[in-house]
Design a protein around this ligand. Structure first.
Ligand code: GLU
Length: 297
C-alpha cells in the first residue's frame, strides 16, 4: 500500500457539473494510479451559500458514476472544534488580528482595480481596530517573504517554480468571519492535514489559493502536500463553468458518456468501455501511463 492519500472536496453550493466532475475524476484516477486512498469531503462551511440537498445529490451522483471512497464522507460542518483549535493556535502565536473592514471599504481603498479582481487587503486594521468599529473578520498577518512552490510536472505552468509574495499579491487574508463561518483557506488546510492528504488534485481555479495554504500549513506545523491543478472547464462564453454561474448538473442517465467527456477534457481517452467498471480499469491504466501521473520533476 502506498502512502498516497487524495481527496475530492466539493462545496455543496450546487450539483455535480461537468467542471466539478473533471476535478473529481482527476483526483480519483491519480489516487488509484498511485495505489493510494481517495477520500470525499463535503465543504459545507457556509450554510447561506449552500443549496439544500446538494451534498446528498453530489454523493449519490459520484456513487452512480462508480467513485468509491475509502472512508466515510467527512463533512466540514462537523469539524468546528478542529478549526477553533487551529485558530487559537494562530491567535496565541500573534498571527491573527480582528478587522472591521467591509469588502466595500477595501475596494474603495483601491480605486481603479478591475471589477471582480482579487483585492489586496491594505492592512487597515493591522495595528488595531479603529475606535468604535465592530469586528467583521479575523485576518492572518502575512509577510513579504516569497513562498516558493511548484505544481507537479503536468500541472500548473508545467510544474515550473512559482514565487508568491502574499503581502503584495493577497495581503492579510481572512481566516474567520465574525458572524460565524470559518474561511475556506483555514478549514481546507486543517482537514487536508487531519486526513493525511499527500496530493491535492483539483481545478486550476484554485491555483491562487495554493500559496496561502502552504503558508498556513507551515504556521500550523503540518506536512507539505504536493499539488496538481488540472484545466478548468469553460462555459461557451469563456467563463469558468461553476455552480455560481448556474452550470447544469451532469446527467447521470448516461454515466459512461459523462465520464468519457470528463476524461477527454484531460486529453485522455479509453478504447471503448461498455461498463463503468471497464471505464475505470482502462482509465486508471491510461492515467498511470500519462504525464499526469508524474509526481516528481
Ligand atoms: N471546496 C472547494 C470548491 O468546491 C474546493 C476545495 C479544494 O479542492 O481545495 O471549490
Amino acid at each position: 500500500m502506498s502512502n498516497y492519500v487524495g481527496r475530492f472536496a466539493p462545496s455543496p453550493t450546487g450539483p455535480l457539473h461537468a467542471g466539478s466532475l473533471v476535478a473529481a475524476l482527476a483526483s480519483y484516477l491519480d489516487a488509484r494510479a498511485h495505489d493510494g486512498r481517495w477520500l470525499l469531503r463535503i465543504e459545507d462551511l457556509d450554510p447561506p451559500r449552500e443549496i439544500p440537498g446538494a451534498a446528498e445529490a453530489i454523493i449519490a451522483d459520484l456513487a452512480r458514476l462508480g467513485f468509491e471512497a475509502d472512508a466515510p464522507v467527512l463533512f466540514q460542518s462537523a469539524r468546528q472544534g478542529a478549526y477553533q483549535e487551529a485558530f487559537e493556535r494562530l491567535q496565541r502565536a500573534g498571527r491573527v488580528y480582528p478587522c472591521a473592514c467591509s469588502r466595500r471599504e477595501i475596494a474603495d481603498s483601491q480605486p481603479g482595480s478591475a471589477p471582480g479582481a482579487e483585492l489586496v487587503y491594505p492592512g487597515t486594521c493591522r495595528a488595531g481596530l479603529p475606535a468604535g468599529r465592530a469586528v467583521r473578520s479575523w485576518r492572518l498577518r502575512v509577510t513579504d517573504e516569497p513562498i516558493v512552490w511548484a505544481d507537479r510536472p503536468a500541472g500548473w505552468d508545467q510544474g515550473r517554480t512559482q514565487q508568491t509574495v502574499l503581502a503584495a499579491e493577497v495581503g492579510d487574508f481572512v481566516v474567520r468571519r465574525a458572524d460565524g463561518p470559518w474561511a475556506y483557506q483555514l478549514a481546507v488546510v486543517v482537514d487536508d492535514a487531519w486526513q493525511g492528504i499527500s496530493d491535492i488534485v483539483r481545478g486550476a481555479d484554485l491555483v491562487g489559493s495554493t500559496a496561502r495554504q502552504i503558508h498556513l500549513r507551515g504556521l500550523l506545523g503540518y506536512p507539505a502536500i504536493r499539488t496538481l491543478h488540472v484545466p478548468v472547464v469553460l462555459a461557451g462564453d469563456g467563463q469558468k463553468l461553476s455552480k455560481q454561474t448556474g452550470a447544469r448538473a451532469i446527467s447521470t442517465a448516461d454515466p459512461l458518456a459523462a465520464l468519457k467527456n470528463a476524461l477527454a477534457h484531460l486529453g485522455l481517452s479509453v478504447p471503448n468501455p461498455v461498463t463503468i467498471g471497464q471505464f475505470w480499469r482502462q482509465a486508471i491504466m491510461r492515467w498511470r501511463d500519462s504525464a499526469w501521473a508524474q509526481a516528481e520533476q
